[in-house]
Design a protein around this ligand. Structure first.
Ligand code: G4P
Ligand code: NA
Ligand code: NA
Length: 191
């Protein structure tokens, strides 16, 4: 997605260790016009599949997921990273965070993930893919189906892309794929 690559080159900050900061338009301050273009590109790539709901994980996935849910006119469920005391009928899984080197619980109410649902998972980054696998587990526990996964930015030098693409019944789309990040700059894959 050309517009997104250009914005990353203009306003993204790349660091040794393979980290890309996009705080000024995705992760802290949000550019809703760019996120609208992102959501429209997801519609173009996934529009033929019969989703009943979008699913994402707090916090940074919520903005793009909501924009897409608005365009498709379907509900958006966001998975929580801490179990609220008041939540009943809960599905729980765990995610290992490579960047933080710890495992955390994720949960969602089974009221919103049911055997009648077919989901599209949306998130900002695909790195190691562990968050996506955790959400896939929650969807499966709820008896629902996961048909697609869409990411704004894939870091193709990490293992998540290859891992998720092994699940051949799920369509995986990344709007840009970054192959190298260092203090010297950002390199994209050619697609
Ligand atoms: P994984 O889910 O792909 O395995 O990711 P990992 O544990 O490596 O990353 C943990 C968090 O860091 C995730 O956000 C992920 O989106 C984010 N992340 C990974 N690489 C980058 C990067 O290069 N730049 C930025 N900005 N974020 C990255 P999170 O902690 O779950 O937080 P939230 O922002 O969604 O609240
Ligand atoms: Na995220
Ligand atoms: Na993040």
């Amino acid at each position: 997605m050309k517009k997104l690559k250009e914005r990353i080159l203009k306003d993204g900050k790349s660091f040794d260790g393979g980290i890309l900061k996009v705080d000024s338009f995705i992760n802290h301050q949000i550019d809703p016009v760019l996120i609208k273009s992102v959501a429209m590109e997801f519609v173009r790539r996934f529009g033929n599949l019969p989703f009943t709901k979008i699913i994402t994980i707090e916090a940074s996935g919520i903005a793009p997921a909501t924009m897409l849910g608005y365009l498709l006119e379907i509900p958006v469920v966001f998975v929580k990273k801490a179990a609220p005391k008041t939540m009943e009928n809960m599905l729980v899984s765990s995610v290992y965070s490579y960047t933080k080197d710890r495992t955390y619980a994720i949960c969602v109410s089974a009221d919103f993930v049911t055997p009648a649902d077919t989901f599209l998972f949306i998130d900002d980054f695909l790195a190691n893919g562990n968050a996506a696998l955790g959400v896939e587990d929650l969807v499966t526990q709820g008896g629902a189906k996961l048909l697609g996964m869409g990411f704004i930015i894939e870091k193709s030098f990490q293992k998540g892309g290859a891992l998720l693409r092994e699940m051949q019944h799920i369509q995986i789309e990344s709007l840009v794929r970054v192959k190298k990040l260092s203090n010297d700059g950002i390199e994209f894959e050619e697609d």
